[in-house]
Write a protein that binds this ligand. Structure first.
Ligand code: HEM
Length: 413
């Protein structure tokens, strides 16, 4: 039974002209969510909370920020010291970026574990990867804005990577910079794009959720919804769960904001950008480290850039590389183990990305890079063919009934 639109006169007047209320009820209240969704399914809404939080804090920060090489660094200090609650806004925004990546990385690994990228959710998955790319671009551009040493040198190293592209590379970098080095035009355009992209992300999230609601959510069993008995209304069941984990997430974020605000940052970024002095180590933010490790694992500059780009772009074809008919790792005994190996591989890559590119770190980085690609190119296609999967339950509601029956008879005996 669907929830009726309120009979209030104003609501009815608007509804007749633009059915926003019935639309909101259909998608926010009545949406039939699988009744076995677990807490890993709340990370998408946490990502939405973080996107909104970043936009709100970012817009407020930009009211006091000056995008000019002579003033940017000082304007950030001004925000920290003189602007009322400026320190809170800045720390919430800087640490918020990290929290955003934490929840999105968990969100992605959840999708990998339960096979949420497989048919018929490929387009939903693609929108997700585009969101990841947009997030990365936005975070990179934002890091340049305080115009500290790491801002400047990070921007120099990363934009220089484009020069590896044959023929057009050199011109492309000059075009990106708006000059012959990272300078005022660069900072200006980075600020402009950093402001713009989060709104592009909002549009992309809309498409992401449209695709989700069209084909409906996957679930821990990875089987399709077969009857209304397999579902429950999104509100209040999912909304309360989302509110709970959203609150816990904000609590964790504020532990960082209030007690450890600079733990994830680089001390050297509190020094103003100096084009004549390179910092001892140039390291990106933690969320880029696995990709940075892949970049450095290839001894050739162009090869490294291609490998780093491929590490993300390969996700676009994952739905076809994974040949298994079964979605959820719960019924894929070997994939279940290899999922954790892959996760560990990504963590080790992250660690390597933070280490100097020398000696044993290079060797480990190369092994992990090879494994990263082997997971997609070899393991996923072959495993789907040869793995003996476990029998799937008949339906979502039947599996819940069986489980509760088992626990009841277990209690009696
Ligand atoms: C700004 C970033 C993102 C936001 C706000 C977002 C939001 C959401 C929300 C609200 C859901 C439904 C609830 C849930 O399943 O957790 C969802 C589902 C999903 N998202 Fe995202 N997402 C983002 C990024 C990504 C990325 C980067 C990927 C993968 C590369 C991805 C892949 C998926 C998939 C496959 C589902 C379907 C899950 C299922 O039904 O099992 N998302 N997303």
């Amino acid at each position: 039974m669907s929830t009726p639109v309120p009979q209030n006169k104003v609501v009815q007047w608007i509804e007749y002209r633009l059915p926003v209320f019935s639309w909101a009820i259909a998608h926010g209240v009545d949406y039939p969510a699988p009744r076995n969704l677990n807490y890993w399914w709340t990370f998408g809404s946490m990502a939405m909370i973080m996107l909104v939080a970043q936009i709100v804090t970012g817009v407020l920060l930009s009211m006091h920020y000056t995008a000019h090489v002579d003033h940017a660094f000082d304007s950030v200090e001004h925000i920290m010291r003189d602007v009322e609650w400026g320190w809170l806004l800045r720390y919430a925004h800087a640490n918020g970026a990290s929290m955003f990546f934490v929840v999105v990385y968990v969100h992605i690994f959840r999708a990998l574990y339960y096979g949420s990228y497989k048919a018929p959710r490929e387009i939903l998955w693609w929108f997700g990867i585009m969101l990841l790319l947009l997030m990365m671009a936005t975070a990179f551009l934002g890091y340049v804005l305080p115009w500290g040493q790491m801002s400047f040198w990070g921007a120099t190293v990363i934009t220089n990577l484009f020069s590896a592209i044959p023929w057009i590379g050199g011109d492309l970098v000059v075009w990106l910079w708006g000059g012959f080095s990272v300078d005022n035009p660069t900072l200006n355009r980075f600020f402009s794009l950093h402001y713009l992209l989060p709104f592009v992300m909002c549009g992309m999230v809309f498409l992401h959720l449209w695709a989700l609601h069209h084909r409906k959510s996957n679930n821990p069993l990875g089987i399709d919804i077969k009857s209304p008995k397999d579902t429950m209304p999104f509100s209040p069941y999912c909304t309360t769960k989302d509110l709970f984990t959203g609150t816990v997430m904000l609590f964790v974020l504020f532990v960082f904001v209030f007690y450890l605000p600079n733990t994830l940052g680089e001390a050297v970024n509190y020094e103003k950008a100096n084009p004549l002095q390179t910092p001892a180590h140039i390291v990106p933010e933690w969320y880029f480290l696995p990709f940075y490790a892949i970049l450095r694992s290839v001894p050739d500059k162009l090869g490294g850039v291609i490998a780093m780009a491929a590490a993300i772009l390969i996700l676009f074809v994952l739905p076809w590389l994974d040949t298994s008919k079964v979605r959820s790792a719960r019924f894929r005994p070997i994939y279940k183990q290899l999922f954790w190996v892959f996760l560990a591989d990504c963590v080790v890559l992250g660690w390597i990305g933070a280490m100097p590119a020398e000696g044993v770190y290079i060797v480990i980085g190369r092994i992990c890079t090879i494994y990263y690609f082997a997971h997609f190119i070899l393991i996923m296609p072959l495993l789907g063919r040869f793995e003996k999967t476990l029998p799937l339950p008949e339906s979502i509601h039947q599996s819940i009934l069986d489980k509760s029956l088992k626990s009841k008879t277990g209690n009696i005996s």
